[in-house]
Design a protein around this ligand. Structure first.
Ligand code: ASP
Length: 454
């Protein structure tokens, strides 16, 4: 049995939903279908979720949001017309959105999640109506009825452990299940969404809970590429990679799959297959527990911008018990999460995402570190990019770091930072943001172009 998730671009129009239907119909194992809200039909188009967010924001401010609500409803109406679905489903969707928009806004975050979730909820109802019209035994199943219980954290809900037992029953249901992605219900019945792109998370939870043999994730690319195709032209496709490799790559900018989405599938040991709705015969990329590691040390190279590094130097730091804890406590007090902490005997750098800082926070933190820890030197470096060179094969191969640093040196990229400490499957390089593209191209040429030429 397969759980199959379709992303927003796969459901953006009637034509796309016909493709989805053909894909599901082609394989009787495809039983649980998770859908996103309608996405973009072309690059300047709006995603329904974005329209819904704008709509909720207006309502929270006490303004009428009829124009935005109509824009959302118009998207569903157009799809329903394209699929010749008739009035009934359009009315169901209209009534649902209007009811949600007229509900209480006193808790803005709760209201926001209720509105956001309607994008997938109503799309699931529409897709189910189309499948039924095509003569297929299919039904919309609500996450509430199925028991997808989540924590009450707006925009960042987490699945509760007891949800898994309840969701197992989906396996036994007759016919095809059309399940909305992106949200669940908390114990008191309120709706909470996962973080953005969270329909991937729903698919993975259902695959794990219903003990699927495979979790298929349909999107709009043929495969996961070994590097960002905007940085390297026609890069190599990855046929197979491990969960750990995918996690490291998606951490630093690979956006094909939501990074939390892998957790439930990984725990249950269910392979994930990424495929293209617009080219379903392409094999796609498979994510597995263990893979054959004979094809070179590196599977992919990812990079992401927007980092900064707080450097702290203090003579005899290594002997000072509690120094690291006190430093991190300061960051914790500002609600900051950190990414890496490369360190020496008397110095430590903390790498953080820059967008976490609010006005004045940076100066305050630097001065607190200086005074409370009596540091000799505290400074911050902005506009850093992190590059992750990822591959399980690294452990078996000698000289990967030497090859990477030589390639960067040849491209005249100054490495601000290297971290290969704890991760067995990745090396991290910190470079100036202006050097990022050149660095990634140099690394790709070293590990992929060279191999391809052999
Ligand atoms: N529609 C939601 C979003 O745009 C969730 C998803 O598509 O996975 O974030």
């Amino acid at each position: 049995m397969k759980v199959v998730k379709f992303g927003g671009s796969s459901l953006a129009s009637g034509k796309q939903i016909e493709k989805v239907f053909n894909i599901v119909n082609a394989d009787p194992e495809r039983k649980i279908i998770v859908v996103s809200a309608p996405g973009k039909r072309f690059s300047e188009d709006d995603k329904v979720t974005d329209l819904l967010i704008a709509c909720a924001e207006k309502r929270i401010q006490g303004e009428a949001a009829d124009d935005l609500a109509e824009a959302v409803l118009d998207r569903y109406d157009q799809i329903a017309d394209e699929l010749e679905l008739g009035r009934e489903i359009k009315d169901i969707i209209r009534e649902d959105l209007i009811a949600r928009l007229s509900s209480d806004t006193h808790d803005p975050e709760v209201f926001m999640d209720l509105i956001k979730a309607s994008g997938e909820d109503n799309n699931a109802k529409l897709v189910a109506a189309y499948f039924q019209q095509q003569g297929i035994k299919a039904k919309y199943v609500s996450p509430k009825e199925a028991g997808l219980l989540v924590s009450p954290e707006p925009g960042n809900a987490q699945v509760l452990p007891e949800a898994y037992d309840r969701l197992l029953a989906l396996r036994e249901q007759d016919g095809i299940i059309i399940f909305p992605g992106f949200f669940g219900y908390c114990r008191d019945g309120r709706v909470f969404t996962f973080s953005r792109s969270g329909s991937d998370v729903t698919g993975s939870i259902l695959a794990g809970a219903a003990k699927a043999d495979l979790y298929e994730n349909f999107t709009d690319v043929d495969a996961v590429y070994s590097v960002n195709p905007f940085i390297v032209e026609s890069p190599r496709e990855i046929k197979e990679l491990t969960y750990r490799e995918m996690r490291e790559l998606s951490y630093a900018g690979f956006t094909v799959l939501h990074d939390e989405a892998l957790v439930p599938a990984f725990r249950a040991g269910i392979p994930v297959q990424i495929k293209n709705t617009n080219n379903p015969s392409a094999p796609g990329t498979r994510i597995v527990n263990e893979r054959d590691k004979t094809n070179g040390p590196v599977i992919g190279i990812a990079s992401d911008q927007g980092f900064c590094s707080i450097y702290v130097g203090k003579y005899l730091m290594n002997r000072e018990v509690g120094f690291g804890r006190r430093l991190l406590t300061i960051l914790e007090e500002y609600g900051l999460s950190y990414e890496h902490t490369p360190s020496g005997i008397d110095d430590i750098s903390i790498i953080l995402r820059e967008n976490q800082f609010t006005d004045g926070m940076e100066e305050e933190i630097l001065s607190r570190i200086q005074h409370e820890l009596q540091a000799d030197e505290v400074k911050i470096q902005h506009s850093l990019s992190l590059i992750m060179v990822v591959g399980e094969g690294m452990r078996q191969n000698i000289g990967t770091m030497a090859r990477a640093s030589k390639a960067l040196a040849k491209a005249k990229v100054n490495m601000e930072m290297i971290n290969q400490g704890s991760s067995e499957v990745s090396m991290m390089f910190g470079v100036q943001a202006v050097d990022e593209v050149r660095a990634v191209q140099a690394l790709y040429n070293e590990f992929f172009a060279a191999v391809a030429a052999v």
